[in-house]
Design a binder for this molecule. Structure first.
Ligand code: NAD
Ligand code: HSO
Ligand code: ZN
Length: 430
């Protein structure tokens, strides 16, 4: 892995360049064409793209409900147990995110409130290009179910031998209402605009590769999206007390997702940096997804050696990584130093894959620096809020002059008159 030993100012520039690599003009153009074609030619365009990108001829996009239920019988008892265990932890964590509305009656004659309503139909994207992601189905669908969404539909790339039973079983366990075999930017376009086979949704959530993440950005406005959850990232902050082999293993756990994944280590120890770099090379050798992981490590990974722990945090806050591991002595004391990260893993035993699968917090997280303004996927992504007001006549009268003053300042006479109209009878009577 490339080791930098530069000033904080120089490193901030390096990090900025890395983040800018995420947006790729050619991919943006290609995705725009795909979306436009699907919008105009619907299922026919989807079929052509599936043949081109996934080498699969699709007759029916919808997976029959019986096939989804039967998948539960096809998976091993061990996998069923692991999925149920993950579900239990995801549900118990996400139930804490439920919010209700409120009603404020503090001022006599005035009722002000906010009601929380689940979205009607959402689409979850489940990646399936280079790996199958049953865990992502649980992470995306269960919060939607907890929020009370009427219909949760799922899209995932088709597979030559059919969608894996593990994927369909996870969909059954999570209570997904319909599964469609279509992937990439074309699947996002279908969910945004609807086709003959696939209904349009109110919101699209879930992670995916650069084509999926770019498509989500482009359809935003037509539908809501959760965030930009693109190629995986791990940022580790570590000092001499950390174990180099463990750090390398954690870096590779995210590197193996995608050639565009980003493994990053920031430390104050050159010795640790060198040991981790050697460990990464050693551990790559027998990794089944070596080619992918190696490309991510070489093209997009880095180790930065900084002067001090505060400098390490300053730089990591610039990176705003999807996952942040704190492998420093007494890690929890540093929670307040973190400004930008999708999910934080404190200490030696909070290895990143624990969060991917079982701890309970969501693994659908912002990438590419977007943790500066986005949050993990949560129950709050599947609801919307509506405010309401009710005023008595006396309460409105008390506010009348301020309302009309503001309306006339804005040159909006009809606004002022609408409110004054409530007192027209009295004025006539006078
Ligand atoms: N940020 C998160 O929360 C999170 C969570 C899980 C996974 N991930 C990421 O999800 C991604 C999964 O990627 P994946 O590729 O395995 O699956 P994917 O389903 O995201 O993408 C596969 C699809 O991409 C399309 N595609 C591939 N090459 C293309 C090309 N040249 N032109 C146009 N379209 C093309 C195809 O339609 C294919 O079906 C990884 O980047 C992983 O890191 C992120
Ligand atoms: N690390 C991924 C998020 O970037 C989530 C995941 C699913 N399966 C394994 N990992
Ligand atoms: Zn992962």
């Amino acid at each position: 892995m490339k080791i930098y030993q530069e000033s904080l100012t120089k490193m901030k520039q390096v990090v900025k360049n890395y983040t800018q690599q995420t947006s790729d003009f050619t991919i943006e153009q290609q995705v725009r064409e795909i979306i436009e074609n699907v919008r105009k030619r619907q299922d026919q365009a989807l079929k052509e793209y599936e043949l081109k990108f996934d080498q699969t001829a699709i007759e029916n996009f919808a997976v029959p409900a019986t096939e989804i239920q039967q998948a539960l019988q096809k998976i091993s008892p061990e996998l069923r147990q692991a999925l149920e265990h993950a579900k239990k932890n995801i549900v118990s964590f996400h139930e804490k995110e439920l919010t209700s509305g409120f009603i404020d009656t503090a001022v006599p004659g005035i009722i002000r409130g906010q009601k929380v309503t689940p979205l009607q139909r959402v689409g979850i994207y489940v990646p399936g290009g280079t790996a199958a992601y049953p865990s992502t189905i649980l992470m995306s669908a269960l919060p939607a179910k907890i929020a009370g969404v009427d219909q949760v539909i799922m899209v995932t790339p088709p597979q030559k031998k059919g969608i894996a039973p593990a994927v369909l079983a996870a969909a059954a366990i999570a209570g997904v209402d319909a599964v469609y075999q279509v992937g990439g930017a074309q699947a996002i376009a279908a969910l945004a605009y609807g086709t003959e086979s696939i209904p349009a949704v109110n919101k699209i959530v879930g992670p995916g590769n650069i084509y999926v993440a770019t498509a989500k950005k482009q359809v935003f406005g037509q539908v809501a999206i959760d965030m930009v959850a693109g190629p995986s990232e791990i940022g580790i902050l570590a000092d001499d007390t950390a174990d180099a082999a463990e750090l390398a293993a954690d870096l590779l756990s995210q590197a193996e997702h995608d050639r565009r994944a980003r493994p990053m280590l920031i430390t104050d120890s050159l010795t640790l940096a060198q040991k981790v770099s050697q460990q990464v090379d050693q551990q790559l050798v027998n990794l089944p997804r070596r080619a992918i992981a190696q490309a991510a490590v070489e093209d997009r990974g880095f180790i930065a050696v900084m002067e001090s722990v505060p400098e390490m945090f300053t730089l990591m806050n610039e990176v705003a990584p999807e996952h942040l591991e704190i492998q420093l002595a007494d890690p929890s004391q540093y929670l307040s130093y973190i400004r930008n990260a999708g999910s934080v893993f404190l200490g030696r035993y909070a290895s990143e894959p624990l969060g991917d699968y079982l701890a309970g917090p969501n693994h659908v997280l912002p990438t590419g620096g977007t943790a500066k303004f986005s949050s993990p996927l949560g129950v709050y992504d599947f609801v919307k809020k509506t405010s309401f007001i009710q005023f008595s006549k006396t309460a409105l009268q008390a506010d009348l002059s301020d309302i009309t003053e503001l309306a006339r300042t804005e040159g909006l006479e009809a606004h002022a008159r609408a409110v004054e109209q409530r007192f027209a009878a009295e004025r006539k009577g006078k």
